[in-house]
Design a protein around this ligand. Sequence first.
Ligand SMILES: CC(C)(COP(=O)(O)OP(=O)(O)OC[C@H]1O[C@@H](n2cnc3c(N)ncnc32)[C@H](O)[C@@H]1OP(=O)(O)O)[C@@H](O)C(=O)NCCC(=O)NCCS
Length: 179
Amino acid sequence: MTASISIREAGVADVAALSAIGHASFHAAYEKWSEPDDLVAHLEDFFSEVAIHASMRLPGYCYLLALNGDVAVGFTKIREGTQPDEIPVARALELHQVYVMPDQQRFGIGGRLIDAATRYAHEQSAEGVWLSVWEGAPWAVNCYRKYGFEQVGTMDFKLGKATYNDLVMWRPVTAQKSE
Ligand SMILES: CC(C)(COP(=O)(O)OP(=O)(O)OC[C@H]1O[C@@H](n2cnc3c(N)ncnc32)[C@H](O)[C@@H]1OP(=O)(O)O)[C@@H](O)C(=O)NCCC(=O)NCCS
């Protein structure tokens, strides 16, 4: 499966595909855990075409798109921002989103995206990548552990009126690759 997967930087022409993947993947994973209004607001804030287009133009932001043949099936959004104190290196880039289409999951695409993001961070002279992930999302926590992320702390994540406990995890750019 992963042999037919390629990863490239996404551009403005890919905004609709990124939006479709974000909506489908977030909705499938988190619908049953979220208040309907909060879910709709989150989808709009983070996965609408307008929101993605705006993020893409921000300095330090990059979207990497995974293609299966010529079909867009996943993406990760990388950004440089304030990193938590627990990250044990001076500069790590944040994997702010990793999303794979529901029917394409568990074929190694998430791992390919994580590797590509880690390579990107290395090229940007960062020492690692970090992320926060809801502790109640074993599919994601397991995935990050599988690819060498280590938990170093916790942080709050707000979705509407609810506050969730996120794990803070990181992996050095020298981490073992997924393949
Ligand atoms: C997290 C996510 C990106 C992983 O993508 P993926 O393409 O399935 O990842 P890979 O195939 O490379 O890795 C699969 C590993 O992830 C973990 N995993 C994936 N789905 C899982 C599930 N339903 N239950 C338990 N573990 C799961 C396992 O460790 C699995 O390894 P295994 O198949 O050897 O057991 C994908 O599940 C997804 O998009 N989820 C919804 C959105 C989301 O929660 N994103 C993360 C936000 S922080």
